[in-house]
Unconditional design. Structure first.
Length: 339
């Protein structure tokens, strides 16, 4: 039986559809009953409402939180494979304790139970934020670049790195592990969270873009890679999942085109962020709440290029062009918002 944590999130919901479609025996956990409707909505992107409901009912749903050990203990009997997608994403300094609790302690709990119940294989969804940085911005970032604790990192990155350390501990205890490091994940269904907010803001009118270059990837490419890796002989390794390295200027242009809206034309300046302008305009896209750090400001203007050759070679994998991913996501956004 397969366990999916974070099944009510972007990656987890789309992953559950694929697993249910393959007629796999699945168990998934949720924290609040109200979050389950979003999963069913994601299923309808791929099939009829009737078929979506049928697939949804095939999943054994259990109420549990990864930071609640007694609850989590009841989830693991009969589990042979785990997709650990659950995480807290926030870039607010006020959420540091919560980030540590969920991302590090929660992952430690999952790892401990994988060991106790002798799970055969564990796939963990991490982030490119945990990768080391090259000396030059023009150098490609690979899986071999080690984390440097002396450089500036967001609290989110620090806690995801801590989670990775827990997963590597599982590999030392005999669990076959895989870590995937996706870039910014683009996909439909969660329009008020993470990259989904980009579609919402541009739909409502957004005039500014900024020059940050980073890795982007479609949610279904992330899932395809995870499934292929779990079904392969690969283990105790990590893989960057990035379709393309793109500027936010280009990504915002593609998004605007997909929504048939004017593309953002004006350059975002650092003074706008430093004076609090970003909070009124686009701050929530990146999780900024009441405060913003100097590293946050610099990060919006950073350039990072990620090398995806390892995953391509390991499982003969091909990525979907990010413009195509955005076009399809935008189409579903318009469909959802026409209801």
């Amino acid at each position: 039986m397969i366990l999916v944590t974070g099944g009510t999130g972007l990656v987890g919901a789309h992953l559950l559809y694929r697993l249910a479609s393959e007629d796999r025996e699945i168990r998934a956990i949720y924290r609040t009953h109200s979050s389950l409707h979003k999963v069913l909505e994601v299923f309808t992107y791929y099939t009829t409402t009737e078929k979506a409901e049928h697939l949804f009912k095939k999943i054994e749903w259990l109420e549990a939180d990864i930071i609640d050990i007694p609850q989590l203990f009841l989830v693991f009997p009969k589990i042979t494979e785990v997709y650990h997608c659950a995480a807290l994403v926030s870039f607010s300094p006020r959420d540091y304790r919560k980030l540590r609790k969920v991302n590090i302690e929660g992952t430690a709990n999952v790892v401990n139970l994988c060991i106790d119940f002798k799970v055969k294989k564990l796939c963990f969804v991490s982030s490119i934020a945990t990768l080391g940085k090259p000396i030059s911005d023009k150098k490609m970032i690979t899986e071999q670049l080690n984390w440097n604790p002396e450089t500036n990192h967001s609290d989110y990155a620090i806690t995801k790195y801590g989670a990775e350390m827990e997963v590597w501990r599982a590999s030392q205890e005999g669990i076959k592990t895989l870590i995937v490091n996706p870039g910014i994940i683009i996909g439909p269904g969660f329009w008020n969270k993470a990259s989904g907010q980009l579609f919402t803001r541009i739909h409502h009118g957004l005039n500014y873009h900024f020059p940050k270059v980073t890795g982007f990837v479609g949610v279904n490419d992330v899932i395809d890679a995870m499934l292929k890796l779990m079904n392969s002989d690969n283990f105790n390794d990590r893989y960057i999942l990035v379709s393309e390295n793109s500027s936010f200027k280009d990504v915002m242009k593609y998004t605007a085109n997909s929504l048939e809206k004017p593309e953002p034309k004006k350059d975002l300046q650092k003074w706008m962020i430093a004076t609090g302008w970003i909070f009124q305009k686009i701050g929530s896209i990146f999780g900024f709440k009441r405060s913003i750090t100097k590293s946050d400001i610099n990060g919006l203007f950073a350039t990072s290029y990620y090398d995806n050759s390892k995953i391509k070679s390991a499982i003969n994998f091909n990525f979907t062009p990010i413009e195509d991913v955005i076009e399809e996501t935008g189409h579903l956004f318009l469909k959802d918002n026409a209801k």
